[in-house]
Write a protein that binds this ligand. Structure first.
Ligand SMILES: Cc1cc2nc3c(=O)[nH]c(=O)nc-3n(C[C@H](O)[C@H](O)[C@H](O)COP(=O)(O)OP(=O)(O)OC[C@H]3O[C@@H](n4cnc5c(N)ncnc54)[C@H](O)[C@@H]3O)c2cc1C
Length: 470
């Protein structure tokens, strides 16, 4: 995260911007500045942008990009504001905030949704479910569609419908030089390749078009909670079950601490547990058979896996991850989940420094793995599992212990790692080359040279243009 000195912008200069946009321009002199600066990750609340432009449409975005360039301001682009690495705020620069652009419209015949660049997944699910349709969204419904989809997009329906970026059919993009491009397979196809996994490096997406699929309103989904003592058995059973499971089901194992929820018996609150969470896009009455091999690993603390509204699984985890919590994630793609790694993960789980320290092992494959490596910018397709160390805390002094723990989780997996990582699960800002690998990274650099040669959009897992390095 850069900490540039705030340039002095005269009131007359800011007035010019106010007159050229329809949305609000918020500076430190305005009421509501503190709220306008906040992003999801409370660890970045101390950042002091020179101004926040709350855009109402593509014209505002074009004006804001032009203003930033004329006044030499670093740009932070904000969709849902969930960047774990704090990319959607900046000291002394301009936040181009698309959150007012959250409209979603659905064409049920064509099974397509048009989604504003500042929408969150709750906005999409609300409109699409009205037609019995869905597309792959996040595990937390307040996550922004933009950053999520541009980085890849891992969600409950991905093994059947693909990642969010695989459902991205087209996008309207404001480029660094202020053009508004419509990118699809047939127009600026190179740009669409980069938008499917390359993050916000190539421009600001003002509208997305996603493919939709029939789903819901009821599906088979939910969590089963086991004692931490069952974590070894759960991970070993999951390891064997996951690669063989049909595409309909997508699951994750979460080594965590029981939250104080009424669905979990009180004596377990605050104790270490191992959860198996799954969702199926298939017929509800076939759900039990899909997961029976895993379900039997141990006596559960609570078994909530069964028929539930799609809307319910999409919002189930929201209360655990509210805006303002401090957070850090670190991740790696796994080539395998061998016994040594299972032992190490179970041990590190028990040594977690706080209740919101979670080890997620995501089941990959299915439709995600059938897209050829290199067909999109998403780093890797063939890995069977993604390991994500997720931490959250409220005491500002607890950050170091939580970050160290997350780093220990990922270091423990170095033998089993493919060396690649999913960029949206990285809490550090300098990881792009390692995450994508040399081949994809080189192609991303060529695209960056074509669309953003001076690195105007650099607060992201940054693809540095070749010109910048010469
Ligand atoms: C609680 C929580 C749960 C999560 N769950 C999941 C999950 O289930 N699956 C998963 O895959 N990921 C998940 N993530 C990670 C998530 O995908 C990333 O944090 C993602 O970047 C969030 O997107 P956003 O628009 O909310 O973020 P923002 O902070 O607004 O932006 C993130 C990045 O995208 C860029 N960006 C934002 N909007 C635009 C735009 N309109 N055009 C161009 N660039 C833009 C920003 O500049 C920034 O670099 C989760 C994160 C959190 C905090």
């Amino acid at each position: 995260m850069s900490h540039t000195i705030a340039p002095v912008l005269g009131e007359a200069t800011i007035q010019e911007l106010r007159e050229s946009v329809r949305g609000e321009v918020v500076t430190a002199a305005d009421d509501g500045y503190a709220e306008a600066c906040r992003i999801w990750n409370g660890a970045y609340d101390g950042h002091v942008p020179a101004l926040v432009v709350r855009c109402t449409g593509a014209a505002d975005v074009i004006a804001a990009v032009g203003f930033a360039r004329s006044n030499d301001l670093t740009i932070a682009v904000r969709g849902g504001g969930h960047s774990v690495a704090g990319f959607s705020t900046v000291d002394g620069g301009i936040v181009i905030d698309l959150s007012p652009m959250s409209a979603v419209s659905v064409d049920p015949e064509a099974r397509r949704a048009r989604v504003g660049g500042g929408a969150v997944w709750a906005d999409v699910d609300h409109e699409t479910q009205a037609h019995g349709l869905a597309t792959t969204g996040g595990l937390v419904s307040t996550t922004g569609v933009a950053g999520f989809s541009l980085g890849g997009g891992i969600g409950w329906t991905m093994r059947k419908f693909g990642l969010a970026c695989d459902n991205l059919a087209a996008a309207d993009v404001v480029t660094a030089d202020g053009r508004l491009l419509h990118a699809s397979e047939t127009e600026h196809g190179d740009l669409v390749w980069g938008l499917r996994g390359g993050g916000g490096n190539f421009g600001i997406v003002t509208q997305f078009e996603f493919d939709l699929h029939p789903l819901g309103p009821m599906i088979y989904a939910g969590p089963i909670f086991y004692p931490a003592a069952a974590a070894h058995d759960l991970l070993r059973t999951f390891r064997g079950w996951a690669p063989e499971a049909p595409d309909e089901v997508t699951a994750v194992v979460n080594l965590t601490t029981a939250p104080p929820l009424p669905v979990i018996p009180e004596e377990w609150h605050g104790k270490k547990i191992a959860a198996f969470l799954a969702a199926s896009t298939g017929p509800i009455d076939e759900g039990d058979a899909l997961v029976s091999a895993v379900r039997g690993v141990a006596e559960p603390i609570a078994d909530l896996l069964g028929p539930m509204p799609y809307h319910a699984i999409q919002t189930l985890l929201d209360p655990l991850w509210p805006k303002g919590i401090h957070a850090y994630f670190k991740a790696t793609n796994l080539a395998r989940l061998d016994d040594d790694l299972v032992d190490r993960l179970c041990g590190i789980h028990l040594a977690a420094p706080g209740p919101q320290c979670e080890i997620h092992v995501h089941q990959m494959g299915g439709a995600v793995g059938r897209v050829a490596d290199g067909a999109t910018a998403f780093a890797e397709r063939s890995m069977p599992f993604v390991l994500n160390a997720v931490t959250g805390w409220h005491d500002p002094n607890a950050g170091t212990a939580h970050k160290d723990w997350a780093r220990r989780v990922i270091a423990a997996a170095s033998d089993a790692s493919t060396g690649r990582a999913y960029v949206n699960f990285l809490g550090d800002g300098d990881a792009a080359l390692t995450a994508y690998g040399e081949e994809t990274y080189a192609r991303l650099v060529s695209l960056k040279d074509a669309y953003d040669p001076t690195n105007v959009f650099r607060l992201n897992q940054n693809i540095e243009p070749a010109a910048a390095g010469s």
